[in-house]
Ligand binder design. Structure first.
Ligand SMILES: NC(=O)c1ccc[n+]([C@@H]2O[C@H](COP(=O)([O-])OP(=O)(O)OC[C@H]3O[C@@H](n4cnc5c(N)ncnc54)[C@H](OP(=O)(O)O)[C@@H]3O)[C@@H](O)[C@H]2O)c1
Length: 225
């Protein structure tokens, strides 16, 4: 089992994912602002500043931590809720930086290692089919861009054996979703949502595909009840 680099590891989905990966025998390296509080190795990085990531990844490389890099799971994300009429340039800059530009930069910096291992990149996107949502333009725009990043990368890196998967989770019971629902004035029942541990198990499943095939897209819905 190789090393898996995880962003968003301190969040609701990321925490469950780290636990699931470790339990499955993976070594996990978390990338984020407050990774010191996690039980796995971590490197400090602010994903709102993609230009700073090269130094963080270089530190990982120098410590020999990219030698057996098998996968990158990009799970970090922010979700500002503001109408276009209100969202200022900093909202747009920050959202695009955290949700997509740092994803591209982390991929770029880790590609040599991922090519060596014929590794796997997983992007955690938004709910399936999410498009054109009033008061959520920066978020949905960033996730549309993340999908395009994934689709372009998949084509570009196929010759190097790299697999690229986009995961589209519907409502997953985390603090972020509670906050989003409250800001939109919509009800929130965590029991009716996907549990983060369930989504983590599905991401592990995607990472564990046999050599001849893999899921390039994975839409996940709460089961009907
Ligand atoms: N929950 C859902 O219903 C749902 C549905 C579809 C898609 N998603 C996507 O799933 C992903 C995780 O969502 P979640 O519900 O687990 O959210 P969450 O609990 O708010 O976690 C977000 C994660 O992103 C990290 N992050 C935010 N800004 C950062 C920055 N500037 N630098 C470094 N890390 C930063 C946070 O780190 P800090 O601890 O440092 O803040 C945290 O680890 C997101 O991409 C979200 O869009 C969630």
């Amino acid at each position: 089992m190789g090393n898996v680099l995880v962003t968003g590891a301190t969040g609701g989905i990321g925490t469950a994912l780290v636990g699931t990966l470790v339990e499955a025998g993976h070594r996990v390296t978390a990338v984020g602002r407050d990774v010191g509080r996690l039980d796995v190795r971590g490197i400090e990085a602010d994903l709102a500043e993609p230009g700073t990531l090269a130094a963080a990844v270089e530190a990982l490389e120098n410590a020999g931590d990219l030698g057996d890099l098998q996968a990158l799971v990009y799970c970090a994300g922010i979700s500002p809720i503001e109408a276009v009429a209100e969202a200022d340039p900093e909202t747009w800059r920050r959202t695009m930086a955290v949700n997509v530009a740092s994803a591209a930069e982390l991929v770029r910096l880790t590609l040599p290692a991922l090519r060596r291992s014929q590794g796997h990149v997983i992007f955690v996107n938004a709910s399936p089919g999410m498009t054109g949502v009033p008061r959520w333009s920066a978020f949905v725009a960033s996730k549309a861009a993340l999908r395009e990043l994934a689709d372009s990368l998949r084509e570009e890196e196929a010759a190097h054996g790299i697999r690229v998967t986009t995961v589209y989770p519907a409502a997953t019971a985390t603090d972020l979703l509670a906050e989003v629902r409250s800001t939109f004035g919509r009800p929130y029942d965590p029991e009716a949502c996907i549990q983060p541990e369930t989504l983590a198990a599905m991401i592990l499943w995607a990472l564990s595909a046999p050599a001849d095939a893999y899921a390039c897209e994975l839409s996940v819905l709460p089961s009907p009840r």
